[in-house]
Design a protein around this ligand. Sequence first.
Ligand code: URA
Length: 213
Amino acid sequence: MDAEDTLLAIRHQIEQCQACPLAAGRLNVVPGEGPANSQIMFIGEGPGYNEDQQGKPFVGQAGKFLDELLGYAGLKRSEVFITNVVKCRPPENRDPQPEELAACRQYLDAQIAAINPRIIVTLGRFSMARFIEDGKISRIHGYPHKVESRIVVTMYHPAAALHQPALKDALIQDFSRLRDIMNQPTPSLLEQNYTESTESPTKENPPEQLSLF
Ligand code: URA
């Protein structure tokens, strides 16, 4: 099976999934979308109202801002794969619960294995926690990390910037830097491997970690 067929098979599994309580409240599953051979994959938190209505990731306000951010990285939405850590909408857009994240993990893992992206960009703390358990986003946002021999770049969630203007600037700066990260060869990126102990890269005293994203 090639990557495209594998993604389709994963989509069909998600459509049938009843593994956690989110299944009962969904209108549509939101498995994610984008080319199966994407070099870069963006992982958000979970579908909101608009995503649940349309069955597509990041189609609401945060999605519009994500499109704009992709432009700063020189990317178009059509050339990247976008998904979430949970594939069904949490009620009232609440945080995904540990058992929901655990139930959905197999699908994200299978999507990553099928696409085999060179770079994964996490959007928000739930996505970051999938790769860097004790990461503090205010310290590590925008920089490459080596995780399971892949490059993971941790970003604030675009929705966070809709409420906190300071984060908008940080996201724009980080997505602009993503363009440089993508232009570097993998071995050089793996050598950089920023960790939480690295001094805050943007010395502009970034805001403390958000509670919501
Ligand atoms: N927020 C997310 O984390 N994912 C979406 O798909 C939409 C909004």
